[in-house]
Design a protein around this ligand. Structure first.
Ligand SMILES: NC(=O)c1ccc[n+]([C@@H]2O[C@H](COP(=O)([O-])OP(=O)(O)OC[C@H]3O[C@@H](n4cnc5c(N)ncnc54)[C@H](OP(=O)(O)O)[C@@H]3O)[C@@H](O)[C@H]2O)c1
Length: 237
């Protein structure tokens, strides 16, 4: 039985990852304790550890918890936030909040797994917005592009230690994060049209790619960002 850390476990994508890894020992993180505890209770061997991983104190508390658990075999970092605003309407606090939830949390998780000298696989979440210029995505695009840089540098630094570092770059996927956008049937239909494969992403599309990067079938893959976006990022029909 392997031991995996899943952050953002109660999110749309995180929950599907938990389901796919349910036969393993899991440590699950999100901020709100109630849904996290309920999720862990429904899994055979899962510990709920509520923490805010956008701040150093939260990551340090998690490090303390993990020191009491068996060594990790892999980590899925599926925390994120979404702010759709043009730069001229974005306050500095809003910009900082997007950086904290997305880029700072990714750095803090990378630091804790590397300080623990983890071998295995770390999977981060970028976004299609890191590579395609999408209007009103300045903050999130910058944060996710930062994650892609972090993936490549960390993959180089820690390859000799036996740690692989990769990311998925999801396109628009039906989760609580995008509920406000996809709640409008008219907008949803228009967005479906923009995707070459003709639908919006499902959380399990992302979980399947994450679990491939996490597992034994990708042991010669590191420093990569895998687009899981129905072709939106690279293909025109
Ligand atoms: N859905 C999409 O269309 C899409 C597109 C591109 C990229 N992504 C990326 O994919 C990843 C997963 O997204 P998702 O759609 O599954 O998001 P989601 O449904 O909103 O879930 C986010 C999860 O992260 C937790 N979380 C948020 N901030 C946190 C913090 N500071 N500390 C600890 N936990 C925190 C949330 O729980 P609490 O609120 O209880 O903390 C929740 O479990 C994110 O990195 C996102 O940016 C998603």
């Amino acid at each position: 039985m392997a031991h995996y850390l899943i952050t953002g476990a109660t999110g749309g994508i995180g929950r599907m990852v938990c389901q796919r890894l349910s036969e393993h020992r899991l440590t699950l993180v999100a901020r709100q304790p109630a849904p996290l505890t309920e999720l862990a209770a429904g899994l055979p061997d899962a510990l709920a550890f509520p923490a805010d991983l956008s701040v150093e104190a939260g990551a340090e508390a998690l490090q303390g918890c993990l020191a009491q658990r068996p060594p990790l075999d892999g980590v899925v970092h599926a925390i994120g936030s979404l702010l759709l605003k043009p730069a001229h309407r974005c306050s500095f606090d809003e910009w900082r909040a997007v950086m904290a939830a997305n880029l700072d949390s990714a750095f803090l998780v990378l630091r804790l797994v590397t300080q623990a000298k983890m071998r295995g696989s770390l999977v981060l979440c970028s976004s299609v917005a890191a590579r395609v210029g999408l209007n009103n995505h300045e903050a999130i695009a910058a944060a996710k592009a930062g994650i892609e840089g972090l993936v490549r540098a960390a993959a180089a630094t820690y390859a000799a230690q036996g740690l692989r570092v990769n990311a998925i770059a999801p396109g628009l996927t039906d989760t609580p994060l995008t509920a406000a956008i996809l709640g409008s049937q008219q907008l949803r239909a228009a967005l479906v049209q923009q995707h070459p494969l003709g639908r919006i992403g499902r959380p399990d599309d992302q979980a399947a790619a994450i679990c491939w990067l996490l597992g034994d079938e990708s042991t010669w893959v590191t420093g990569q960002v895998l687009g899981v976006d129905g072709g939106f990022g690279t293909v025109r029909r």
